[in-house]
Design a protein around this ligand. Sequence first.
Ligand SMILES: Nc1ncnc2c1ncn2[C@@H]1O[C@H](COP(=O)(O)OP(=O)(O)OP(=O)(O)O)[C@@H](O)[C@H]1O
Length: 293
Amino acid sequence: MSTQHTESERTAGESEERIDSAWTNYEFEGDAKISATDVNVHYGEEHALKNIDLDIPEKSVTALIGPSGCGKSTFLRCLNRMNDRIKSARVDGSVELDGEEIYQDGVNLVELRKRVGMVFQQPNPFPKSIRDNVSYGPRKHGDIDTGLLSRLLGRGDDETEDELVERALRQAALWDEVSDRLDDNALGLSGGQQQRLCIARCLAVDPEVILMDEPASALDPIATAKIEDLIEDLAEDYTVVVVTHSMQQAARISDQTAVFLTGGELVEYGDTDQIFENPESQRVEDYITGKFG
Ligand SMILES: Nc1ncnc2c1ncn2[C@@H]1O[C@H](COP(=O)(O)OP(=O)(O)OP(=O)(O)O)[C@@H](O)[C@H]1O
């Protein structure tokens, strides 16, 4: 299958090109952790994502890149049904997590978002203590029994909470910086620390997949480098999917890269080295070399 865009649909500087479906046929070893098939998203009349087929391997970093408005964030939100929260959004097609359809009736969205966590562009800690930020999720999901009733029942579990908070903060490479002030308000942390706290909050509920929407774009270069190192470490245990505007960042941290271009289409998907060194698509090459976007 191939498609062609009209001139008005293309970004300024973008050449005309027929898309070859072979460019997105990325083959990897093992089963897909996430398998998206023929995903289409509309916001009202706007067709924001078109016929997206994308299989994501587990325990690796997948980068989603492309110019503004091409649908990267929309696609990311399909993977844990966050688009359900947007009234005008309609999602068609299939997304499987470990071979199970997440868009079938009866899927528990709280459980889904526990398995497929999300970290946003702007760090958004709760105006609560560092400890409470991390323990909030496990409490909500009932992984920690606290409060009067649980104590009366002999289930008070402060130690479990301490262990869990420490583990998540260590995993997020934040423990050493905050271990002596866990009861301070999280809003007193720097932007980079707040973002790592948000990652710790996501890790505390023991997810399998972590979706990140431009997690470092609001941070300075040093804080960005820490987040990038962290993402690479996390991929040893988790499946990480990251939207980024920075091609250098995608090249540094990801194992495979998916390039979305004009009109909400996936144009090319493959090993990050191949995409950056030897892309099949002329438009992907033009985009990567800064000719448009
Ligand atoms: N909540 C929404 N309501 C209506 N339209 C939306 C909404 N979110 C995104 N869109 C539209 O869908 C298209 C894709 O947007 P999306 O944010 O997914 O792109 P993106 O590639 O992530 O862009 P950026 O890099 O600028 O964040 C755009 O035309 C955008 O205006």
